[in-house]
Design a protein around this ligand. Structure first.
Ligand SMILES: [Zn+2]
Length: 233
């Protein structure tokens, strides 16, 4: 009884909003959770509507884990953004980069026989193809919805680790993904690089530093007007 009274007292002084403590020790009030979910929804639906995407998807903000990740369910097309990743994103542009990438997977989940039932299999055999495609599509979605696509590089440089080899993992090397995005923006939306809002951003600066060799290869490609695919490191 005493415990219940203490709990009621605690709830009263915290404005009667329930407090959820997870095993990770994340502490968020229900009001904060509502606001976070709304924020994710606003960006997600802006991306869907601005791009005329006529496939249904929903966005779930998952506060239960600090996992630095996001994912898309092939079964019910829900896009989950985990708290750990959300915490690392500083601007709407960066959240749009993550959600835009996942929306691409969501769209692909509708393709193929039996209403896309074999999407998971297709992805299993050619994951890198789908990852590059999702990164590029996300750039288009971001631009169409009014977000700055350079934030995709900022977000990746901050969040993605650098594996040793490409073929060991589902995902391409982060340095390659960033260069593909850089090349895509340079080619399709050069104004965002010419007038770069993220020029002095800490993570973008780090990308410039670590991609020197790759960017030199790309500059050579531009100079020689080569159409060959550059093999980035
Ligand atoms: Zn992906």
């Amino acid at each position: 009884m005493k415990k219940i009274l203490v709990l009621i007292f605690a709830l009263v002084i915290t404005g009667l909003s329930a407090v959820f403590a997870t095993s990770d020790g994340l502490l968020t009030t229900s009001k904060e959770l509502e606001a976070l979910q709304r924020h994710v929804n606003e960006i997600g639906y802006n991306l869907l509507n601005s791009n005329g995407i006529d496939k249904r998807m929903v966005f779930i903000f998952d506060n239960s884990t600090k996992t630095i990740n996001a994912g898309t369910s092939n079964f019910n097309r829900s896009i989950v953004l985990y708290r750990g990743l959300y915490n690392m994103l500083e601007e709407d542009d960066e959240i749009a980069a993550v959600l835009g990438h996942e929306i691409s997977h969501g769209i692909d989940s509708y393709d193929g026989i039996f209403k896309g039932a074999f999407t998971g299999c297709r992805y299993f055999f050619t994951p890198r193809k789908y990852e590059y495609k999702a990164d590029k599509r996300a750039v288009d979605y971001m631009v169409n919805a009014g977000y700055n696509p350079v934030a995709m590089i900022v977000m990746m440089n901050k969040v993605l680790g650098q594996n040793r080899y490409d073929w060991w993992f589902t995902y391409p090397l982060a340095s390659r993904r960033m260069m593909q995005v850089y090349e895509y923006i340079y080619t399709k939306y050069p104004e965002y690089l010419a007038n770069n809002k993220y020029k002095n951003n800490l993570y973008y600066q780090n990308f410039l530093l670590t991609s020197k060799e790759n960017r030199a290869k790309f500059q050579e490609k531009v100079k020689t007007k080569s159409t060959k695919k550059v093999k980035y490191q």
